[in-house]
Design a protein around this ligand. Structure first.
Ligand SMILES: Cc1cc2nc3c(=O)[nH]c(=O)nc-3n(C[C@H](O)[C@H](O)[C@H](O)COP(=O)(O)OP(=O)(O)OC[C@H]3O[C@@H](n4cnc5c(N)ncnc54)[C@H](O)[C@@H]3O)c2cc1C
Length: 462
């Protein structure tokens, strides 16, 4: 093992004096080579870079480059010193990191719209800003449901957005990227240039470097109508079946998410809540939704024409103070038995939130080998999360997990972007064996020392 790059990186929970010295050396080297861009504890930039949706970390240093070249200097210096490098885009995906360097892409927020519908987006932009920049052009990029979520994490991990049944995932709209590798090279990556790396970027997450620029294909989104339909808890199974039938019968222009909320807290809604969008008219949407709108458990209907950006929500201020126990998976077929199991998972003692996101259509037409997201044969994504107190015992956790197992038995795979757990078991569920092997080969070529390991980590092939 090369001592300078060794595996003995300096994590904050393993801080010996050698590590502290190494961290200070890294900070002073970065301060010298990219003046004003490297930040240590006690600075506003350090605090911003170490704070993510899931909590606050303790990296050794935060760097805020302005260009790919500055990012390359920072990554190469950290790698040479044996430090892991974490990347922060919108901060809504990663776990707080201990030790190492955080590359905060707060300066990479540019959005340029070309005449050809190709949109070049900085690796640290937010999807709400992208939607706003594209609105005057009448186009959009299918990119999730939340304004504050970052372009980087969502796009590299898949991206299930409001047009997934018509346009596929966000990765399916990716046409190219500018990438800073672990050795500090700046590469243009697309179908012609580094095609295998381009394949890996489309679903392999932040494992291969820092993406400073993305190029996406946008598409027309107007006219658009959307909104919410809420139901009470009196007949959840009927809502589940009607939703399945509506989505099966509807065109791919119809997209929706059904969230079934337990009684978490008095100020939070309870029962099924449908979020829906149609590229079409309000009249057509109401007609398509009729089997749902005519259910006796409907409490409110709020549907209207809207701009794409208005469909997006603001993120909650932080992760809820519960321990969420369960998981997610792709459902090949929403059979009656699968929906009965979902209803049973909701109807139990542990307050349980269910999320069903309609897939199929363009999402499923993509060849499983075309991108690193291989679980394409899915009618829906299912997430089942029991909410336990933060100090729940191991027995309570095991019991809560067992309560969702019957529903999860109808799924296969895991959508990494929605997984709060990390580890080999998650990676093996995210990627089928052949896909994982292929990703590991790309990893060993572009990041053999696993510098980018503070993520859903793909270990380099041995
Ligand atoms: C409130 C909320 C709503 C969400 N809604 C959706 C949704 O509708 N659809 C959906 O598909 N997902 C959704 N997600 C999940 C989301 O896609 C992931 O959490 C994603 O990782 C967030 O990206 P980020 O850039 O904000 O996160 P970050 O924490 O900044 O990044 C997450 C990880 O991605 C990698 N990364 C990020 N940017 C780069 C980059 N430029 N170069 C290299 N690596 C990078 C890094 O490994 C990093 O650790 C949601 C999450 C939240 C919290």
């Amino acid at each position: 093992m090369d001592e300078a790059r060794g595996d003995s990186a300096c994590f904050a929970d393993d801080v010996g004096s050698r590590c502290k010295t190494a961290a200070m050396t890294l900070l002073s080297e970065l301060s010298e080579r990219i003046p004003g861009r490297a930040h240590g504890p006690g600075t506003t930039e350090y605090d911003a870079g170490r704070t993510v949706f899931a909590g606050v970390g303790e990296p050794d240093a935060v760097v805020r480059p302005r260009t790919a070249e500055e990012a390359a200097i920072a990554v190469a210096a950290a790698a040479a010193g044996g430090f892991p490098v974490a990347v922060r885009s919108g901060g809504h995906g990663s776990m707080p990191v201990s030790g190492g360097l955080v590359v905060d892409l707060a300066e990479f927020t540019s959005i340029e719209v070309g005449d050809d519908g190709l949109v070049t987006v900085g690796g640290g932009a937010r999807w709400g800003d992208v939607a706003a920049a594209l609105a005057p052009h009448g186009v959009g990029i299918s990119s999730g449901d939340t304004r504050d979520v970052g372009v980087g994490g969502l796009a590299l991990g898949g991206g299930i957005g409001w047009f997934v049944r018509e346009q596929g995932l966000t990765v399916d709209a990716l046409r190219g990227a500018e990438l800073v590798t672990a050795t500090g090279e700046v590469l243009t990556v697309d179908a012609e240039s580094h095609p295998e790396l381009f394949w890996a970027l489309r679903g392999g997450g932040g494992n291969f470097g820092v993406v400073t620029k993305f190029v996406f294909q946008a598409f027309p989104v107007d006219p658009l109508v959307g909104g919410q339909v809420h139901f009470d808890q009196s007949d959840v199974p009927a809502v589940l079946r009607a939703w399945r039938d509506v989505m099966r019968a509807g065109p791919e222009r119809l997209n929706s998410t059904l969230v079934v909320m337990p009684p978490f807290a008095p100020e939070m809604p309870v029962g099924p809540q449908l979020g829906v969008a149609l590229r079409g008219t309000e009249e057509e949407l109401r007609r398509l939704l009729e089997p749902l709108l005519s259910l006796p458990s409907v409490t409110t209907v709020d549907l209207e024409p809207m701009a794409y950006g208005e469909l997006l929500d603001d993120a909650p201020p932080g992760r809820p103070p519960f321990l969420l126990v369960g998981g997610n998976g792709f459902v090949p077929e929403l059979s009656d038995a699968a929906l009965d199991a979902v209803a049973a998972a909701y109807d139990r003692e542990v307050p349980t939130m269910i999320l069903l996101r309609a897939l199929g259509g363009a999402f499923s037409r993509v060849d499983p080998e075309a991108t690193a997201i291989a679980h394409r044969q899915a009618e829906a994504l299912l997430m089942v999360n029991g909410a336990l107190p933060a100090d729940a015992t191991a027995e309570q956790v095991a019991a809560a997990k067992a309560g969702s197992d019957a529903a999860m038995a109808f799924t296969s795979g895991v959508y990494g972007n929605f997984s709060v757990e990390q580890g080999d078991h998650v990676i093996e569920a995210m990627y089928p064996p052949d896909t994982l092997q292929r990703l590991r080969r790309v990893k060993s070529q572009f990041d053999p020392h696993n510098v980018f390991r503070q993520n859903h980590n793909i270990a380099p092939a041995g």
